[in-house]
Ligand binder design. Structure first.
Ligand code: CA
Length: 229
């Protein structure tokens, strides 16, 4: 299964450690930042799969930072859960209007927070959950790492597996090579765009035996898409 990278932006060391501990306990990878500048540096390096964002931070607030992330096409779709000590209803509305997907009030129980993380990931980043996906005769199971296409078992390398999982959970949408590098590779500072073409070719070759390789389509001048048509 793909491990989701969770960026925790929290300036209070005790809460930061508590969050990182719980995130790791759930099998996710915790990336820690103590202010929005640190968070931005991490995001520039690799897109996280979800951000836990404290509202009250030194310098730029969590709400401002969420707005900034939503305004940038590269970071627009990263799920955000806002953490706050504020309990008033209008604060909650402001938090959600800034672009957060969910909102949790301190003090929170780790169980509740983890349930929210799972729910947001399932909704916003289905390739990060371990649920079996089935599209057009292909069935992919993240837990057993198996792919069956038209009754044929398909052997895939880890990158092709992640690529197919991403495509199957984002059907009919066109992704550029850069977007695929961001979404599937994550940390890709030293990865060239043509690497994407190499793995697409391998994925198609692996699917050939099932006759379903045509689902992986090249969109000239734009990138690739997984399409049923
Ligand atoms: Ca704080």
């Amino acid at each position: 299964m793909t491990t989701a990278n969770i960026l925790i932006v929290e300036d209070e060391p005790a809460i930061q450690e508590l969050l990182a501990f719980n995130v790791a306990q759930c099998g996710y990878r915790a990336i820690q930042a103590f202010d929005t500048q640190g968070a931005q540096n991490e995001i520039n390096r690799a897109l996280p799969d979800l951000i836990l964002l404290d509202w009250m931070l030194p310098g730029t607030s969590g709400v401002e930072f969420a707005r900034h992330l939503r305004a940038d096409s590269r970071t627009r779709e990263i799920p955000i859960i806002m953490l706050t000590a504020r309990t008033e209803e209008h604060d909650k509305v402001l938090g959600l209007e800034s672009g957060a997907d969910d909102y949790i009030t301190k003090p929170f129980s780790p169980r509740e927070l983890m349930a929210r993380i799972r729910a947001v990931l399932r909704r916003r980043a289905p390739q990060m959950t371990d649920e079996t996906v089935a599209v057009e005769g292909i069935e992919l199971s993240p837990t057993t790492h198996r792919v069956n296409a038209n009754g044929v078992n398909i052997d895939l390398g880890p990158t092709e597996f992640r690529l197919l999982h991403f495509f199957m959970t984002h059907v009919e949408r066109v992704y550029s090579r850069t977007q695929l590098l961001d979404q599937v590779w994550g940390d890709h500072v030293f990865v060239e765009e043509r690497t994407v073409d190499v793995h697409i070719r391998r994925l198609r070759q692996a699917l050939e035996a099932s006759g379903l390789d045509h689902l992986i389509q090249t969109v000239r001048g734009s990138g690739y898409r997984f399409s049923k048509q």
